[in-house]
Design a protein around this ligand. Structure first.
Ligand SMILES: [Zn+2]
Ligand SMILES: [Zn+2]
Length: 326
């Protein structure tokens, strides 16, 4: 089978690899869709802190089960599935306390271990979530949606609260979507006008280029931009909560007097933990539909020649790579 391999920063190759088979612990899954996200872009440019090369990228995945190990699980050969990419150890302090999303030795497929830019992969069945009602596109978007869902859960958001989401990339949009489902009143702040227009068209939220002096009960930063993150402290109301969803490999500063005067609570939000079934159910129930978030598509074999196009075109929300059956 043909794999797309990121050999080193800014250098993809297409390589022939031995196809995997299922075994006693793993299902064999045909990969159908691969979402592209900011993490892949950092990996491509060599800016990802934990990556090693060569690597097969791809952690936002949907597929079809070809083989299953024998055993007691609710899956069947032929099921369409979303593939959870997180591989916590199950044994560390965080895992034992039910917070496997921040496992001490968390591995992510498509970053630390080879991911889905190939037609077939082996996956332990406990990381497969099937739905006969969701499309392959929708199933490939459960992972980025779960990041937004987890951020909203971290904040303990209540119906009727006033929320600001800073940054309208896919994670910001997912966060806004789950804040809406929680009954909050949501404003999305985004500098890019095209993205603001997209958000106003697809979500029942206010949009702004600058929230100005207004203060919100909960602020979610989905930019990972140091200036925006520092400024977010000032956008919180007295008694408010601030959730950093975007990640930054640097130090940021804040004014302790402001933090104390307003008695703010700061949360980090990392990965997600057990969110896949609930999100699949919400889409099955028609509570929302992420299908229109897909603005760009390409075929797996086109990745080496077209990947950088995605960062040059405007209006990108979510790009999906399609994998043809061999
Ligand atoms: Zn992602
Ligand atoms: Zn662990």
């Amino acid at each position: 089978m043909l794999q797309v391999v990121l050999e080193k920063p800014e250098h993809f190759t297409v390589r022939e690899a031995e196809p995997p088979t299922g075994d006693a612990n793993n299902a064999l899954v045909r990969v159908n869709r691969i979402g592209v996200c900011g993490t892949d872009i950092h990996a491509y440019y060599g800016r990802h802190p934990f990556i090693r090369y060569p690597v097969v990228l791809g952690h936002e995945l949907s597929g079809t089960i070809l083989e299953l190990p024998t055993g007691n699980h609710e899956l069947n050969v032929g099921d369409r599935v979303s593939i959870e990419p997180f591989r916590p150890c199950g044994d560390c302090h965080a895992c034992k306390r039910g917070k496997s999303n921040c496992c001490l030795t968390m591995a992510l497929i498509g970053i630390h271990i080879d991911g889905g830019m190939q037609p077939l992969i082996r996956v332990p069945p406990q990381y497969l979530y099937s739905s006969s009602r969701l499309t392959l596109d929708q199933l490939a978007m459960i992972e980025p949606l779960s990041i937004g869902s987890h951020a909203v859960q971290r904040s303990g958001l209540q119906a009727g609260e006033n929320v600001l989401v800073v940054g309208a990339g896919p994670i910001g949009i997912a966060t806004a979507q789950f804040a809406l489902l929680a009954g909050a009143s949501v404003t999305v702040m985004e500098l890019n006008e095209e993205r603001r227009k997209w958000v106003s068209k697809h979500l029942a939220v206010e949009t702004t280029a600058d929230s100005g002096e207004a203060c919100y009960e909960v602020v979610y930063d989905a930019t990972g931009n140091p200036q925006a993150m520092e400024k977010s402290f000032e956008r919180c109301a007295h008694g408010g909560r601030l959730v950093f969803v975007g990640i930054l490999k640097a130090r940021i500063g804040f004014d302790d007097e402001l933090l104390h005067r307003r008695e703010l609570t700061l949360f980090a939000s990392r990965n997600s933990c057990g969110d896949f079934p609930r999100i699949i159910e919400l889409i099955e129930q028609g509570r929302f539909d992420p299908s229109p978030w897909v603005t760009h598509r390409m075929q797996l074999a086109e990745v080496p020649s077209r990947f950088t196009e995605l960062f040059e075109t405007s209006g990108l929300i979510k790009a999906l790579i399609e994998v043809p059956e061999e």
